[in-house]
Structures are given as C-alpha cells and as structure tokens.
Design a protein around this ligand. Sequence first.
Ligand SMILES: CC(C)CC(=O)Nc1cccc(-c2cccc(CN)c2)c1
Length: 222
Amino acid sequence: TQPLLLAKPHLRPYMASLQLDGQHICGGFLIAKQWVLSAAHCTEETDGKIFQVLLGAHSLTEPEPHKRLYRVRAQIPHPGSNIHNNKDDLLLLQVGPSSRHPPDRDVAPDTVCEVAGWGTINHSGRRPDKLYQLERPVLSRDVCNHRTRHDHTITEKMMCTDSRRKDTCKGDSGGPLVCNGVAEGVVTAGSRVCGNYKKPAIYTRIAPYTAWIDGVIAAGAA
Ligand SMILES: CC(C)CC(=O)Nc1cccc(-c2cccc(CN)c2)c1
C-alpha cells in the first residue's frame, strides 16, 4: 500500500467536511451551486441532527482565509438508501448562507502571489490573444501608502503588489490575485499606469467583503 499523502492545500475547492457540533463526521463535495453530495449512511449516528458543511478548508481547526462553515437548508437521502446495505447510499445537502465569516487577515508582505489576465502585455499596449500569468510579491500597506507611492490612499480593504518591471495593466482589472491557492484580491486599475515601481499594483481585498458577497448570492438564490 502507498503511504497516505497530505493533500496539497486548496487544490480541491469542491471538498466538503460534514460536521456536527464542530466535529468532522463525513466527506462530501460540491456538485452545483449550493449543493453538496455525500453518503446517506453518514446520517446514521446523527439522530436527526442537521449537519453543518465546511467548504474551502485544508485544516479543520486552523483559521484559513476562505474557509466557510455553512448551514444546511435541506438534507435529502436517496429514497432507496437504508441502514441494511450500501444501495443508493447518497445524500444531497443544500447549503444555506454561511453561518460564520473567516477572519479578515492581511496577506503577509513578500508573499509571492499570482495574477492572470488578457490585459495589455507591453508598453506598446499590445493586447494578447492568450491568457498571461504573472507572479508578484505582496507589498506592505505601509510601503504602498508612502507619500512617494500611493500616498495614504490604500485602505485596509485594499492590498498592493510590487510593480517594478512586471505589472498588471489595462484589461487585467477584475481578475483574481491568488496567494497560496486562495483568491485574496481583485485587480483594480489604481493610478492607471503600468510597470512603474512608484505606482504599485492595487487590489480590492476579498476577505472584507464576504458578508456582502454572501448576501448578494443568497438574495440571488432565493
Ligand atoms: C474601462 C477600463 C479599461 C479603463 C482602464 O482601466 N484603463 C486603464 C488604463 C491604464 C492602466 C490600467 C490598469 C489596469 C489594471 C491595473 C493597473 C495597474 N498596473 C492599471 C487601466
């Protein structure tokens, strides 16, 4: 047998943990917006209690930026499932609005993140046909807010990456800044210049907006 391998963090965003009172009971996985598929026998020892579903996690216990615990709106075992055999052993769970929001923590400066886009790729403003990607280190808010950089316009709901040489540019706006497999920011145009080290790239941080995002999604889902 092969030794068990630790999964690479956050490469399986569909992966769910079905929990009761904070304890992992069973796995599951996202199959559609708001719907998790699991096994019906997972409800055997729950004596009617309803699961909570943890999504976006790698560690069950440590705080992680995009870890979200969701209430279950509906828990539907396949009608053919039963405790005597493994037939039709399926459970569908409809997840509701997340019941808790992740801690809103800044990405550490110098963390190398990646951003991709079809934005212009050189000073001639050439627009590519294929997606380009770029790795950039996070710049501390203090440095980014320096008088000679963005002069105190970077709020705690924004973050910056170094724009020396390689940078985002026109057309990259709206794309995700991904750090350690997690979407931490959304490209914004900032001072609408590119590749100028005095004007670091600016991103809207996602963590401060999870309540707004969930609210809109929940309203749309209604
Ligand atoms: C309607 C929109 C396309 C107008 C617009 O965004 N213009 C424009 C012009 C120059 C640079 C940028 C720009 C974008 C993303 C990141 C950055 C920062 N390097 C700059 C953006």
